[in-house]
Design a protein. Structure first.
Length: 401
C-alpha cells in the first residue's frame, strides 16, 4: 500500500510542476500522500526533507500507539531523498522551457497585426499610399491577381490609378484623425489642394466589407464613394470602387488599347503635318524636297532649301511617337517641262509602326490629294489601295475610293 502511495506522490509532484507551467493552481497533497511524506521546496536540501519525513513518521506511529521498527513497504528516508532529488531535477529541466514559453508569449503579444487585419485600417492604408503615390505599398492592399497586374503597369498608369482613388493630381502628405463619432478621417495635403475623406460605418457580410467615404465639397453637396473590400488570406483587400469592380488586368488591357489608339492618332496627325510642310516647301522654293531631312530645323544662320525649319528634328528624321515615315515624289505624266514637273509632281507619305503591334496596329498612307488611307497591315506599308479613313474620327471607310 505504501509503495503505491509513494508512486502516487511522485506522479503528483510531476503533475504539480505541469500545472505550474500551465499557470494553474497546484493541488496540495492531502491524505492520499504517504504516511510521514514531506514536501520538498527549492530552499531546502533533500537530506533535510528526508529527516523531516522520518520525524513525521515516528510521530504518526506514536499518535496511533504503535511501537515498531520500519518494515518492508514503508517509505524509507533514502526513498524520500530520491523522490526529492527527482522533483528538483525535473524543476531545473522545466525552468528553461517555462522561460521560453513566456518569451514566446510576450513576442506574440508585441507582434503587430498584418496589413489589412481591420477593414477601415486597410482602406486607410491604401488611400494613404495612394495619396503619397507609393505604388509598392498601394499594391499590398489589392487582391493578389490585381496586385500582380498593377505592378506590371508602366509608372504613369500606376500613378493615374492612385490619383483616381484620392481625386488629386499631385502626391501629398496623408494625415489620419478621428471624427466626433469615432470614425476615421484621412486628409491628403498637397501644395495646391487638400482632400478630406470621412469614413462611414463598416458593413461586413462574411468575407465582404463595404465603407462609404464622404469627400466634402466647398459650396456643394459632399461627394460619396463606396469602397468594397474582400478578405483574402485573413487580410482585407480593395475589391471595388463605387459600382465598378476593380479588375486591373482588364484595366491594363483598356489602357494598352487606349495608348495604342493615341499613338495611331498621333501618326495620322504627323502624316498631315508632313503633307502641310511639303506644300509649304514647294510654295517657298518652287519644288518638292528630295527628303524629309530638308524640312528639319534650320541653323542659326537661317532657313534654306536644305533646312527649311518646317518640321521638328524627330519628324524630319523619319521617326516619331512609335511610327516610321517614308516619303517619295510621284512624277506627273502631264508635265512637259522640268518647271511643270516641279509644279505638278505629287507625293506619297506612309507611316508604319516601329514595333508592330506594340507601338501601333494600323499602317497609314496619305498623298498630295489629301486622301488619308490605312488598315492593319501586320506592320507592312499601306498604300493607295487601302480603305479611306474618315478625317474626323480616323476610322476606316471600306469601299470608298
Amino acid at each position: 500500500m505504501n509503495g503505491r502511495q509513494n508512486k502516487t506522490s511522485d506522479d503528483q509532484s510531476r503533475d504539480n510542476w505541469s500545472a505550474i507551467a500551465k499557470g494553474k493552481k497546484v493541488r496540495q497533497p492531502g491524505n492520499a500522500s504517504p504516511v510521514g511524506a514531506a514536501q520538498s521546496s527549492p530552499g531546502r536540501t533533500c537530506s533535510a526533507v528526508a529527516a523531516e519525513g522520518a520525524r513525521r513518521r515516528r510521530k504518526t506511529w506514536l499518535r496511533k500507539g504503535e511501537s515498531r521498527k520500519p518494515h518492508r513497504g514503508d517509505t524509507t528516508p533514502m526513498e524520500m531523498m530520491r523522490t526529492c532529488s527527482q522533483e528538483k531535477r525535473f524543476a531545473r529541466l522545466l525552468a528553461p522551457v517555462l522561460l521560453l514559453a513566456l518569451f514566446a508569449a510576450g513576442a506574440a503579444a508585441q507582434k503587430s497585426p498584418p496589413i489589412g487585419a481591420d477593414v477601415s485600417t486597410a482602406l486607410s492604408g491604401a488611400l494613404s499610399a495612394a495619396c503619397q503615390e507609393d505604388d509598392v505599398t498601394f499594391a499590398k492592399y489589392l487582391t493578389s491577381e490585381n496586385s500582380d497586374a498593377y505592378l506590371k503597369l508602366v509608372g504613369p498608369q500606376r500613378n493615374a490609378f492612385m490619383k483616381r482613388m484620392v481625386q488629386l493630381d499631385d502626391p501629398g502628405r496623408p494625415l489620419a484623425s478621428t471624427s466626433d463619432d469615432g470614425l476615421p478621417v484621412l486628409r491628403c495635403e498637397t501644395s495646391a489642394i487638400t482632400t478630406e475623406m470621412r469614413f462611414g460605418p463598416t458593413k461586413i457580410d462574411d468575407n465582404l466589407a463595404f465603407i462609404t467615404v464622404s469627400i466634402p465639397v466647398a459650396g456643394g453637396d459632399p461627394r460619396t464613394i463606396r469602397f468594397g473590400l474582400v478578405r483574402e488570406q485573413n487580410q482585407w483587400k480593395i475589391l471595388s470602387l463605387g459600382l465598378v469592380l476593380i479588375d486591373v488586368p482588364a484595366l491594363a488591357d483598356e489602357w494598352a488599347h487606349a495608348d495604342l489608339e493615341a499613338q495611331e492618332n498621333n501618326a495620322v496627325d504627323n502624316l498631315r503635318a508632313i503633307a502641310s510642310a511639303l506644300d509649304a516647301y514647294r510654295r517657298a522654293f518652287g519644288v518638292l524636297p528630295e527628303s524629309l531631312a530638308q524640312l528639319g530645323p534650320a541653323p542659326a544662320s537661317g532657313i534654306s532649301p536644305d533646312a527649311a525649319s518646317l518640321l521638328d528634328a524627330d519628324l524630319s528624321a523619319g521617326a516619331k511617337d512609335g511610327y516610321r515615315f517614308r516619303y517619295r515624289i510621284v512624277p506627273s505624266d502631264a508635265a512637259q517641262t522640268q518647271e511643270d514637273q516641279n509644279k505638278l509632281a505629287g507625293y506619297e507619305i506612309a507611316a508604319t509602326p516601329s514595333q508592330y503591334p506594340k507601338t501601333g496596329r494600323r499602317s497609314f498612307f496619305i498623298d498630295s490629294t489629301g486622301a488619308l488611307r490605312g488598315a492593319d497591315k501586320q506592320g507592312s506599308v499601306a498604300g493607295p489601295e487601302d480603305p479611306r479613313i474618315d478625317a474626323g474620327t480616323n476610322t476606316e471607310t471600306p469601299g470608298q475610293p
